[in-house]
Design a protein around this ligand. Structure first.
Ligand code: HEM
Length: 164
């Protein structure tokens, strides 16, 4: 899987101080202060990939979400989502700017679409036999992205407004 497009180059200086990777308060990627295993440790990258595949099966057939994906390169999107979930569930850091920009292009995207996606994520987890405890952790991690996905007061935007 090619990831060079989304990971920050190790020595690249961010253009804006808020172009930092999101630190997920639930899974705390790259932090090993806690002895608890991350979801990624438990599931492994292959299972996360399968989860995303199943998740997209639902997103593309669900009448609440499917229209947003018309004309989108789904194979590429699934790769990006896998990278993203791996990040959220305890993997490498990544730059959030492109993810925010991609959703800004989607007109009328709102909480009901986000909620529908969370339901699809739950269904996908159930299909793969992921335990309810782990499913809750996955949902909690996805939930931390809500304001970024819906373009509400992301740290990035606040920084830009301050500069104006
Ligand atoms: C759990 C919440 C979500 C996460 C973590 C997420 C993550 C992502 C990521 C990583 C990308 C790729 C960005 C890039 O091109 O670099 C993306 C694109 C996209 N997302 Fe989401 N997303 C979420 C919610 C949603 C929702 C609720 C919808 C619509 C129902 C949606 C529709 C799309 C579409 C259509 C694209 C492709 C846009 C384009 O290529 O122009 N996403 N998302």
């Amino acid at each position: 899987m090619s990831t060079e497009a989304v990971y920050m180059a190790p020595n690249a200086a961010p253009k804006c101080p808020f172009d930092q990777p999101l630190v997920n308060p639930y899974e705390r990627p790259n932090s090993r202060e806690s002895s608890e295993s991350t979801v990624l440790d438990i599931l492994g990258e292959d299972k996360v990939e399968l989860l995303v595949e199943r998740f997209y099966h639902y997103n593309l057939t669900d009448r609440k979400t499917r229209l947003f994906f018309q004309g989108v390169n789904i194979e590429r999107l699934q790769r990006m989502q896998t990278t993203f979930l791996i990040h959220l569930l305890g993997g490498k850091q990544m730059n959030m700017t492109r993810m925010r920009a991609a959703h800004k292009r989607l007109l009328d995207l709102n909480d009901s679409h986000f909620d529908a996606m969370l339901k699809n994520l739950t269904k996908a987890g159930k299909d793969l036999g992921i335990s309810s405890e782990l499913r809750e952790r996955i949902l909690a991690a996805a939930e931390t992205t809500r304001d970024d996905v819906l373009g509400r007061n992301s740290a990035h935007e606040v920084a830009q407004q301050r500069r104006r």
